[in-house]
Design a protein around this ligand. Structure first.
Ligand SMILES: [Zn+2]
Length: 321
């Protein structure tokens, strides 16, 4: 399946200039220019660093009512399983493994059972929540700004479509709130974190996974780093700034992991491919065999994924008492 071949023709997006998401400062210095390496769609997107706090963020950005078009039916987290033809089995296995890794991380911090309530912010097709509901009988709620309610999994979860900070969610409601690769897409990360603080129970936990800017793959790939994912990624967080964001929102860090549920290998592979393709877009159908071959070849290295600071980071928080 070629993203490049199937992507609908795009009208040139508008852009809006924004202030720093963390401190509100208007001035910045240029950091790098990125392309939409995954789909190969035209366009150049600028990341800057804040003059005051050093936050790296995309500026200017595409307005929120237009960015939704970039999360179309081809968007990787929203794909329907049948789209993959003969590779459906391999894709399903990879997604199941990802959900199992999320489950394994979250279960270290929250005892999940039929009395637990879980909110997944940016839930995409909802397969992680479906797993928790089937495995533990937990009450599960998902939220995404794309309407995925027609997906088969959606019937098994309570699904809210819209922006997290506008969703009609009760306070002190959830034992576990998860944000798996949500925050780096957010148009108002501090407001979302404050919302998470409001809806999580006083003794509940918030688990946030994002790409890690101060990682080996960013050092390797620079302006082709898959964690840039222009134009969808709004903010790029290193370890220090991820801590500062959650603390500013009234949360305290319980644990920090220099890895995530999402496989670092995906960034090693796609970063290499993006360098070679130079902005032409990745044909996933052609790439999938080299992808699995590379995974086998690198498996000795990947055994040490949790220690090598390759690409991801996860922070576990609770409300400041
Ligand atoms: Zn700033």
């Amino acid at each position: 399946m070629s993203f490049a071949a199937t992507a609908a023709p795009f009208a040139a997006p508008h852009f809006e200039t924004i202030d720093c998401y963390y401190c509100g400062t208007r001035t910045y210095r240029p950091m790098l220019l990125a392309q939409d390496d995954l789909t190969g769609r035209p366009g150049t997107f600028r990341f800057v660093t804040c003059d005051c706090c050093g936050l790296a963020y995309q500026n200017p950005r595409i307005p929120i009512n237009e960015i939704v078009d970039y999360y179309d039916d081809d968007y990787i987290a929203h794909r329907k399983q049948r789209d993959w033809g003969v590779l459906t089995a391999a894709y399903t296995r990879a997604m199941d493994k990802l959900d199992a890794r999320k489950d394994e991380i979250a279960s270290r911090y929250v005892q999940l059972d039929s009395a637990s309530s879980v909110l997944d912010v940016g839930c995409a097709v909802g397969s992680f929540l479906r797993r928790l509901r089937r495995r533990y009988g937990s009450q599960v709620v998902g939220l995404d700004f794309k309407d995925l309610s027609s997906h088969p999994f959606a019937s098994e979860i309570e699904f809210h479509c819209g922006l997290f900070y506008e969703a009609p969610l009760e306070s002190d409601e959830f034992d576990l709130v998860t944000m798996w690769h949500f925050l780096e897409h957010d148009y108002d990360p501090l407001r979302s974190l404050a919302t998470a603080r409001r809806v999580v129970k006083p003794d509940g936990r918030l688990v946030i996974e994002v790409p890690r800017l101060d990682s080996l793959t960013f050092q390797l790939f620079g302006d082709r780093w898959p964690g840039l994912q222009a134009p969808q990624h709004t903010v790029l967080l290193d370890r220090d700034r991820l801590h500062k964001f959650v603390e500013k929102a009234g949360l305290e860090v319980v644990d920090y992991l220099p890895y995530g549920a999402f496989p670092a290998y995906f960034y090693l592979f796609t970063g290499t491919a993006f360098r070679l393709l130079n902005g032409r877009g990745l044909n996933l159908r052609k790439a999938i065999y080299p992808y699995f071959l590379g995974h086998v070849l690198l498996s000795p290295v990947l055994l040490f994924e949790k220690r090598l600071n390759l690409a991801m980071q996860t922070v576990v928080c609770r409300r400041v008492p």
